[in-house]
Ligand binder design. Structure first.
Ligand SMILES: *[C@@H]1O[C@H](CO)[C@@H](O)[C@H](O)[C@H]1NC(C)=O
Ligand SMILES: *[C@@H]1O[C@H](CO)[C@@H](O)[C@H](O)[C@H]1NC(C)=O
Ligand SMILES: *[C@@H]1O[C@H](CO)[C@@H](O)[C@H](O)[C@H]1NC(C)=O
Ligand SMILES: *[C@@H]1O[C@H](CO)[C@@H](O)[C@H](O)[C@H]1NC(C)=O
Ligand SMILES: *[C@@H]1O[C@H](CO)[C@@H](O)[C@H](O)[C@H]1NC(C)=O
Ligand SMILES: *[C@@H]1O[C@H](CO)[C@@H](O)[C@H](O)[C@H]1NC(C)=O
Ligand SMILES: *[C@@H]1O[C@H](CO)[C@@H](O)[C@H](O)[C@H]1NC(C)=O
Length: 630
């Protein structure tokens, strides 16, 4: 303790002394090659404030996982017996000795407990938040962690992040700190949207006759022929056999949509969409939950910028005319997610985290790690929507493995609370969606620069349900449907049988060295992904992407949850063990099409599970019977 007091004394005299006089041996904790497509712009401004999360080991996570396995297995007696907020918190809390060790270390550097916002759960069992008055700026972190935060710019989209390629920690903290982020994490939450076409006249006009109907082989349902060109709410309800269902548990059941970046959903666009496609829902609305400065019109970070005179630094020059305009990703997700499940109450989670600034400005980009912010927020809530869809992701390899695992564990915790999580599987097929070997971009980030298929994260996390894409009626796999095998997460038991069966069907040596045969395979399921008619900034537009598939599939899951809750049963929670036990029952198997990428034709859709469309698209009435039975 004496040494410690001295240490603090020195700290007060001169911070520079600390590193050289540090009593503890430092150990390099992470060191990465500068990631592809990011260029180093130099030192980050030392006065910039950065919220760092220090994640402490969750020594009881295996227990949580065991609970999750049991309560998600429809043949287990504990099926649906979800854990409470308090139970989950106890299972993901760090050990008290770790908390003490970290506090002691930080206090030694003059960072008092009041500057730390300790999250009860989630990703950062201990969060470092700059509180309003006690900000911890970069210069300080540079010294404590003995690295240098630098500005990095993405060569293609111009994003600027403050990151480092390595960091060190005192060796005695080895067992007490799992990771510190955002430091070496260069991923962003990107909307999975391949295309946005504006079209003032409905594409339904392209169709032969608006009264013609298509009978779908397999499920035998009939669908308006216009749905082959343009997808609407009623198209999906017909195609997925849910057009007779009326939600009943609307006081208990909720569906959530998450939004990242500068995206926010627009109420007026939603009303126009409802008038066009869901007349009964006109004048109904949804809740908005703001997390971490998430933006809702007008976005809080913009207010802040106006006040601090940084207004002009917003790339693209937002002005007062478009300050309250919508993002197309958010509009799409909200309109279809809430439209299909209406009148089920909807909640939109707006997580801030990536306003863009010009790099030369003295206050550069925001520096958050998106999923951690959201997880901290949502796991602290008492009531969580039973179904949540996210249409954002990035290449798995851009997320450091330890962080990916930690975030994924956070999703497991949400599953244990009884929430079904759906994520878009990605829009690049097995990688970059490019069949041309000359222009492929599937290179590893690890300094070796090998060609490899690149699965997306968070879809590759085994505790979420990854949703791929289809097109046309009868449905075929859409050629951008993200699929493949995780390089981080091993294949879970519940998936083993289906995936090994698929792998055995591949000709020997297929894509040798390009993918991990033992990895968690995606997607799990799929839904339509092309030409969704939405309203965007007041006008009809058509959008495509697995961004459309995830909220749509989620809406049908919300209706399944409705059916169960209305009968006094629990919500479905983590879906994958159930989905794989059904072995295709309740799904329309998609057996044609493939999703190219990385200079290859990619994998093929085939009978049963495949890494393009998973088990296929939902047959709601059949699934409803099944889930009411378990
Ligand atoms: C088919 O869709 C068109 C365009 O949305 C609509 O005008 C027509 O009434 C629909 N027909 C049937 C039979 O649902
Ligand atoms: C739907 O469109 C696709 C692609 O144009 C076509 O192959 C298919 O035959 C159409 N379906 C019907 C039922 O006309
Ligand atoms: C929706 O609200 C507006 C304004 O209050 C009202 O004029 C309109 O009749 C309402 N529409 C429906 C379908 O309830
Ligand atoms: C905002 O509007 C201006 C012109 O009115 C346009 O140049 C700019 O691209 C818009 N910004 C965004 C983010 O839509
Ligand atoms: C996917 O299909 C679209 C539309 O048919 C086509 O324009 C595109 O080139 C295809 N992409 C690849 C990678 O084959
Ligand atoms: C990786 O390899 C490809 C093809 O060999 C090359 O075009 C690219 O420049 C390399 N990238 C790096 C970062 O070395
Ligand atoms: C996909 O199907 C084509 C045509 O049947 C076949 O040539 C190819 O080997 C298959 N690819 C894979 C990865 O299964």
């Amino acid at each position: 303790m004496l040494a410690h007091t001295l240490f603090r004394f020195f700290a007060a005299l001169s911070v520079a002394v600390i590193t050289s006089a540090s009593p503890s041996v430092l150990k390099l904790r992470q060191s990465i090659a500068p990631p592809r497509n990011w260029i180093d712009l130099g030192r980050a401004p030392s006065t910039h404030v950065i919220p760092l999360r220090i994640a402490l080991p969750q020594h009881r996570f295996l227990e949580l996982e065991q609970h999750l396995v049991e309560i998600s297995d429809p043949f287990h007696e504990r099926y649906g017996d979800h854990l409470s907020k308090e139970e989950v918190e106890a299972l993901i809390a760090p050990h008290a000795t770790s908390v003490d060790a970290v506090h002691e270390w930080l206090t030694g550097h003059g960072i008092q407990q009041e500057s730390c916002d300790r999250s009860s759960a989630a990703i950062g069992s201990l969060c470092m938040y700059p509180l309003h008055r006690r900000k911890i700026c970069l210069a300080r972190w540079n010294r404590i962690l003995t690295f240098e935060f630098r500005l990095w710019k993405h060569t293609q989209d111009g994003d600027v992040l403050i990151r480092t390629t390595e960091y060190s920690l005192p060796a005695h903290l080895d067992d007490h700190v799992e990771l510190i982020q955002p430091t070496t994490a260069f991923h962003r939450a990107k909307g999975q949207r391949t295309s946005l076409h504006f079209s003032p006249t409905p594409a339904a006009a392209l169709s032969p006759s608006s009264d013609a109907m298509i009978t779908v082989p397999g499920s035998g349902v009939t669908v308006n022929a216009t749905c082959n060109a343009t997808i609407t709410v009623s198209c999906l309800k017909q195609l997925y056999n849910a057009d007779r269902y009326i939600p009943r548990a609307t006081t208990k059941n909720t569906i959530g949509i998450t939004g990242y970046l500068e995206q926010f959903a627009n109420f007026e666009d939603l009303q126009k969409f409802y008038a066009d496609q869901v007349p009964n829902a006109v004048n109904t609305s949804f809740d908005v939950a703001l997390t971490n400065g998430g933006c809702y019109p007008p976005p809080p970070f913009l207010f802040e910028m106006i006040i601090t005179g940084l207004w002009n630094f917003y790339e693209g020059g937002l002005n007062s005319q478009n300050i309250s305009q919508a993002g197309e990703e958010a509009d799409l997700d909200v309109q279809f997610g809430f439209g299909i499940s209406s009148p089920t109450p909807g909640r939109y989670f707006s997580t801030g985290g990536r306003p863009q600034f010009t790099p030369d400005a003295n206050t550069p980009t925001d520096t958050n790690e998106p999923y951690s912010n959201w997880l901290d927020f949502i796991l602290a809530q008492k009531n969580i929507p039973q179904t949540i869809s996210t249409s954002y992701g990035d290449d798995e390899q851009t997320v450091p493995k330890d962080l990916a695992r930690r975030v994924c564990n956070g999703f497991a915790a949400l599953g244990a609370r009884g929430t079904s999580l759906l994520f878009s599987s990605g829009d690049g097929g097995v990688g970059d969606g490019n069949a041309d070997p000359a222009s492929q971009t599937c290179f590893t980030n690890d300094g070796k620069n090998q060609t490899k298929f690149l699965p997306g994260f968070p879809a590759s996390c085994p505790y979420v349900t990854a949703v791929g894409g289809t097109v046309h009626i009868p449905e075929v796999a859409v050629n951008f449907s993200g699929g493949g095998f995780s390089n981080y997460f091993p294949r879970p038991d519940w998936q083993h049988r289906a995936v090994t069966k698929y792998l055995k069907s591949l000709p020997k040596g297929t894509y040798a060295g390009l993918f991990n045969h033992n990895g968690r395979a995606i997607p799990d399921v799929s839904a339509q992904a092309v030409n969704f008619r939405i309203f965007f900034r007041g006008h009809p537009a058509h959008v495509s992407g697995t961004s459309a598939s995830s909220p749509s599939f989620a809406a049908f899951v919300a209706l399944l949850n409705d059916a169960r809750i209305a009968e006094g049963k629990s919500s479905l929670g983590f879906l994958n063990p159930l989905i794989y036990k059904l072995e295709g029952e309740g799904f329309n198997d998609i057996t044609t099409g493939n999703a190219p990428g990385c200079g290859t034709p990619g994998f093929n859709a085939t009978t049963g599970w495949d890494p393009v469309t998973g088990w296929g698209t939902p047959n709601f009435e059949k699934l409803k019977e099944i889930v009411l039975d378990c």
